[in-house]
Design a binder for this molecule. Structure first.
Ligand code: 5AD
Ligand code: FES
Length: 356
């Protein structure tokens, strides 16, 4: 049976519309999400997602060396273990030298993208950040540099771009106003978050948005808003992973997000944005020991092993039981290469830009 007729026979068409590249309304996205546990719909969407990822990326899986260089943060996002209000969090920040050591180690292991990720830490002034960016790009001109350091002004984003940054990750977290308010304190706003993402795009960054799956207060309506926002923004990268409660937050007793819903959404996002760079995230690997492999089989094409010094890893404690906090970078790379191969893909030593 063709894809079309099997969908027709189920009397269901948002999935068909999605596959055929039509724009879905919010109501249609909600309808689609209601089918997230329907095995036939899941199979059809997964197959289409895998087909598309192969069209654009073949069997390649790109790798990013993640350097979590500071866990100081001036924000107090309610779900996050390193929010400023968590007085139990042991804090660290890395020097420029330590960051460069991570890059050197990573370069030797084959990484050609480095991701500098941190809390919003005022110690790293724009000038200090720009110096680090210039130094990394000067030392590794064949590598891409991604920043993931939160909300900044247009001028700061411009300075970092001029210093050599190529990409920027800033998950929108939720595109629903009321849901955003449940997850963040008063001094933060969804509109500023979106402003940042559009500024980054206009400055020529490859931009990554994204959200947690199953965060407290998230239902199908909220997820539909996330999908609508992604189709409006058209980011080059989308990071999604399950919400995982952290013991020192107000959401400590909440349930973690679901693996199956995360996988369903990965497939939907692959179809919505076929060229997107989609990581199989550490959070997915944390709630399911085979989560990252399952992510790749659902349409993901990126993995982001940790290059941070082992002494700091446990302190970059966004959520409980985070994996890979005891491993050296070389072990992580080897472990991931094996995992990627076990599902029929291969880890490549390339910058891994989004395809045009
Ligand atoms: N569970 C899962 N993901 C989380 N993040 C922050 N806290 C948690 C949590 N408790 C995610 C956010 C952020 C990214 C760096 O980590 O989406 O953007
Ligand atoms: Fe870190 Fe497997 S990815 S040990």
């Amino acid at each position: 049976m063709s894809k079309k007729s099997s969908l027709d026979s189920l009397g269901f068409n948002p999935a068909e519309k999605l596959i055929n590249g039509h724009t879905l309304t919010k109501v249609e996205f909600v309808e689609l999400l209601k089918e997230s546990e329907n095995p036939e719909i899941r199979t059809i969407l997964t197959e289409e997602a895998v087909r598309l990822r192969k069209v654009y990326y073949g069997d390649k899986v790109y790798t990013r060396g993640l350097i979590e260089f500071t866990n100081y943060c001036k924000n107090n996002c309610y779900y996050c273990g390193i929010r400023c209000g968590n007085k139990n969090a042991g804090r660290y920040r890395m020097s420029q030298e330590e960051i460069l050591d991570c890059c050197e180690n990573g370069y030797g292991l084959g990484f050609r993208t480095f991701v500098l990720q941190g809390g919003e830490d005022p110690f790293y002034t724009d000038e200090r950040m720009a110096r680090i960016i210039r130094k990394i790009k000067e030392t590794y001109p064949d590598c891409a540099l991604t920043l993931s350091i939160g909300e900044k002004s247009y001028d700061s984003f411009r300075l970092f771009k001029e210093a050599g940054a190529d990409r920027y990750l800033l998950r929108h977290e939720t595109a629903d106003e009321a849901h955003y308010r449940k997850l963040h304190p008063e001094n933060m706003s969804l509109s500023n978050r979106k402003r940042c993402l559009y500024d980054l795009k206009s400055l020529g960054y490859q931009v990554g948005a994204g959200f947690m799956v199953g965060s407290p207060g998230q239902g199908k309506e909220e997820l539909a808003e996330d999908l609508l926002f992604l189709s409006e923004l058209q980011p080059q990268m989308v990071g999604i992973g399950p919400f995982i409660p952290h013991h020192d937050t107000r959401f400590a007793e909440e349930e973690a997000g679901s693996v199956d819903l995360t996988l369903f959404l990965l497939s939907v996002i692959r179809i919505l944005l076929p060229r997107a760079l989609l990581p199989a995230t550490t959070a997915l690997g944390t709630i399911d020991p085979e989560g990252r492999e399952k992510g790749l089989l659902a349409g993901a094409n990126v993995v982001m092993p940790n290059l941070s010094p082992v002494k700091n890893r446990k302190q970059y404690d966004l959520y409980d039981n985070k994996i890979c906090t005891g491993e050296e970078a070389a072990e992580c790379r080897g472990c991931l290469a094996r995992r990627v191969e076990s599902v029929g893909y291969r880890l490549v030593n390339e910058r891994g830009d989004a395809c045009e």
